[in-house]
Design a protein around this ligand. Sequence first.
Ligand code: ADP
Ligand code: MG
Length: 291
Amino acid sequence: ATPTAVMVGTGLGAKRGVLFKNATALEASARIDTVVMDKTGTLTKGEPEVTDVMVDGMAEDELLALAAAVERESEHPLAAAIVRYAAGRGIPDLTPTGFRNVPGHGAFAQVRGRRVVVGNRKLMVTEDVAFDALMPRRDEFAAAGRTAVLIAVDGRGVGVIALADAPRETAATAVAELRESGVEVVMLSGDNETTARRIAGQLGIDRVIAEMLPGEKAATITELQRAGKRVAMVGDGVNDAPALAQADVGIAIGAGTDVAIETADLVLMRSDPLDVPTALTIGRGTVRKMR
Ligand code: ADP
Ligand code: MG
């Protein structure tokens, strides 16, 4: 490897806010044939907003007060959106006790002596909560690409809060550019399968691996590598860090968490998905010059 080619490549990247941390990252970028992209915060803006609230046997304001009380203790972006929405409606704060986060699933707490569980369908199955009346609506929201958060109070399904997280403006173009250069694009998500597939469809991604628990994302990368793929992983979250470390090239979104940025081999300072194909192009150019 000539130091000059590496310097040129690193410099070209820096101009676009594509920060290669070392020469190895630059060289490995040249050989990537599969790009795995996290959905929330990477392909989407990671700024979910509440779009709909459905209740069953409870007033909407009461549901929001209970859900927000639990979510106030959580650091998940969905939680922050629910808290913001409740505050915007002028709903008073309730104090939770015994808060517990269930990574990849949701959270629960006691609020005014009632056990409130907030999270996905899997969590409700674990908690043995039936959601019969609200399930068709939850499915409709998912089919529309929204994330449906389910709420149970004292073991009964009482509400669904739907949230939308818009794709980043350049996400579809980035996917198209990667595919044109012969790179396969895979979406990886902790969100439910229906929601993830809908967003993937909008972005031109065929291959979706959804409902991944935090620890499973890295295992997915390993499986692709065992199948002979040279994999870049693009992510923003704490959950993505093990997968970023496992990938041949870990790429962090600049707006992402510190853990993701520290773990990655390269950082996209502009948080622009289009800088993924740019990074790979720079890598290929550098390696050509080295021969
Ligand atoms: P992602 O951020 O990619 O969706 P996570 O692993 O953080 O992945 O979460 C997976 C799913 O678990 C979320 O899509 C959501 O349905 C549910 N979930 C996790 N934490 C919460 C929470 N605090 N409130 C509501 N739902 C949650
Ligand atoms: Mg994410």
